[in-house]
Ligand binder design. Sequence first.
Ligand SMILES: [Zn+2]
Length: 84
Amino acid sequence: MTQCLNPDCLRPNPPQTKFCQSCGEKLVLKERYRPLKIIGQGGFGRTFQAVDEDKPSKPFCVIKQFFPQVQGTKSLEKAAELFA
Ligand SMILES: [Zn+2]
């Protein structure tokens, strides 16, 4: 399975798919990391399990997506700081 990273979509796609069949977004991040599924979701965003397709051993890795659910510049700055 390949998980779409678009926050408004998040649709699972068949393995090896290059573009999301629902929203048309590119599925492989930086032509390298293929998201497989969502493994975490919280106030700062989402965490995806992914595969590094650039390495021969295709190791698992993690994609963290910053997607804070806060309003206002100050809270956003704080969220960005904590996320980093
Ligand atoms: Zn999509």
